[in-house]
Ligand binder design. Structure first.
Ligand code: KDO
Length: 337
């Protein structure tokens, strides 16, 4: 059960401690603003690279950027709470994590809703997002700056294709599929037809190598970056979720910046997101050959069978009941299909 903490409570607590925002706080006075960012991604993940190489230099005249990787300082899924409590300034967060606080964010976690990277950007910048963004700011103290592309999630199994060939969701019955540890992720695993197991990203390589799980799902660049190909035998190109992350910042830190600094920071976040997106797309397009060279089978299943099952299960789920009326139709209208 995630801790729900209101922004008012956070501000009241900080005020009681004499740390209320608005007054001259040392880190905002003569010093630069400290921007600690926590991510469960690695240092070589394209989102991390874009933040370090594009974002950080663009804000360097007024901010110091201090990233931490691999969920080391804040475990995967705890970053939003840390920002809300004033213990962290930034994170690369997910709709699945936001859905723990605000169930309606699960609309962005549903399989086969986002169509591609451009669709994600169109949705994020559309007025339909205003109410979602306002809720995260007002009730959690988290401002969503920009949308990052993680990629098309694929099913990645230990078994060779000879041992198990996946054509339809029925072929995944009983497959112990690691999914990240929130309800929205677990439901996606079930919708694929598998038996999902919650586990933090940092533990996945070991779990695959020991056989504690049969597989995991992630985009191809992540499979390569995390070297999952060393401990798995096949990739089923289900493309079940065109996955995204948001660059998130503490709303109170944001409010302390001047209008000029805010504009620079926003520009830097957008530039980093765009750079990371292009690099991730390039990798995604080129990695099938690399994975095949590593001896992996990479193949498409019956995509219509997966899409029909996943979409059907979402529409009948309790998640869909939390989606604001008409938003799914608005999202679909922004796509090209
Ligand atoms: C994962 O845990 O499988 C996931 O892909 C979920 C994403 O939201 C994101 O947090 C990502 O891990 C990590 O950054 C590692 O790439």
């Amino acid at each position: 059960m995630p801790l729900k903490i209101s922004r008012r409570t956070v501000v009241a607590t900080l005020t009681a401690l004499g740390l209320a925002t608005g007054a001259a706080v040392p880190s905002f006075a003569a010093d630069k603003v400290k921007l600690r960012l926590a991510t469960s991604g690695s240092e070589t993940d394209q989102r991390s690279v874009a933040m370090a190489e594009v974002f950080a230099p663009m804000v360097a005249d007024f901010a110091t950027y201090e990233p931490s990787y691999n969920g080391t300082i804040f475990a995967q899924g705890t970053e939003l709470d840390a920002i809300s409590r004033g213990n962290l300034e930034m994170s690369i967060t997910s709709a699945q994590e936001l859905a723990q606080f605000f169930p309606e964010f699960s609309i962005f976690t549903a399989g086969y809703v986002h169509q591609d990277a451009a669709h994600q950007v169109a949705v994020f910048n559309d007025p339909l997002m205003d109410a979602f963004k306002a809720k995260a700011e007002d009730e959690l103290g988290v401002k969503l700056l920009s949308v990052m592309y993680l990629g098309r999630r694929q099913v990645n199994l230990r078994q060779s294709k000879d041992e198990l060939t996946v054509k339809t969701p029925a072929d995944l019955a009983g497959v112990n599929l690691r999914m990240p540890g929130t309800d929205a992720w677990q439901f996606l695993g079930k919708a694929l037809g598998a038996a999902p197991t919650p586990m933090a990203f940092a533990e996945v390589y070991t779990a695959l190598s020991t056989g504690a799980v049969d597989g995991q799902d992630n985009p191809l660049p992540t499979v390569v970056d995390a070297k999952f190909y060393e401990v798995t035998g096949q990739i089923v190109l289900t493309s079940h979720l065109v996955d995204l992350n948001y660059i998130a910042i503490s709303k109170s830190v944001w409010d302390e910046l001047s209008a000029e600094q805010q504009a620079k920071l926003q520009e830097a976040a957008d530039a980093a997101a765009e750079s990371g997106r292009q690099k991730q797309l390039e990798k995604e397009a080129s990695l099938v050959a690399f994975l095949e060279e590593q001896g992996m089978a990479v193949y498409e299943p019956d995509l219509a069978a997966f899409r029909d099952q996943v979409q059907g299960m979402y529409l009948e789920s309790e998640f869909a009941a939390s989606w604001p009326e008409g938003v799914l139709e608005q999202i679909n209208a922004l796509g090209s299909k």
